[in-house]
Design a binder for this molecule. Structure first.
Ligand SMILES: [Cu+2]
Length: 182
């Protein structure tokens, strides 16, 4: 009762999920799905994320994927930042969904353009990716998004290595710029 967001009602959610996927089934592809709520509902199969273009508001976003395929899939959110190994920085996403399963992920997003991708095997290169536009005020105006984003980034840095931490500490250093610490 006190935490309605964490209460799982699979049957209702699945129904909503199916309704959402039917609603967007006829879309051409270039027109983004507008999600006024803070829940982004996606359907995944081989090898697609449907819709493959969505627009959401900045802040907390819950990502819900329904695996309508015959293989396991996930959806990760990649920023346009690149880590020292040349790979995109993953800012969040869902755990792996098995066929017929629904999975959830939570992510804090600042305005910008992000990439959605399934990171299982070579699904991404087989076409399993999409575009996520995040619009709205920057995190500074909301008060609590900034610190949460910072916490998330610190956690991510710990798991991905010191190189990432350095990247986040000096996000505006131009390529080829002075990389020595102050
Ligand atoms: Cu996949």
């Amino acid at each position: 009762m006190a935490r309605p967001m964490t209460t799982r009602r699979p049957a209702i959610l699945l129904a909503a999920m199916l309704a959402a996927s039917f609603a967007v089934a006829g879309c051409g592809g270039s027109e983004p799905l507008e999600e006024p709520s803070s829940v982004l509902r996606l359907r995944v199969d081989e090898y697609r994320i449907v819709p493959d273009h969505a627009r959401v508001r900045a802040g907390r976003l819950k990502i819900m994927i329904y695996d309508a395929g015959i293989l396991t899939h996930n959806v990760k959110v990649e920023s346009d930042e690149i880590d020292p190994e040349g790979k995109p920085v993953v800012v969040g996403g869902t755990p792996t969904a098995h066929p017929g399963e629904t999975q959830f992920g939570k992510v804090e997003l600042e305005p910008g353009t992000y990439r959605l991708a399934c990171t299982i095997a070579n699904h991404d290169t087989l076409g399993m990716y999409g575009k996520l536009e995040v619009v709205g005020p920057a995190s500074g105006s909301s008060g609590n998004v900034g610190p949460e984003m910072a916490r998330r980034r610190r956690r991510q840095a710990r798991t991905q290595g010191a190189g990432i931490a350095a990247l986040f500490r000096r996000p505006r250093t131009p390529p080829g710029g002075d990389l020595r610490p102050p």
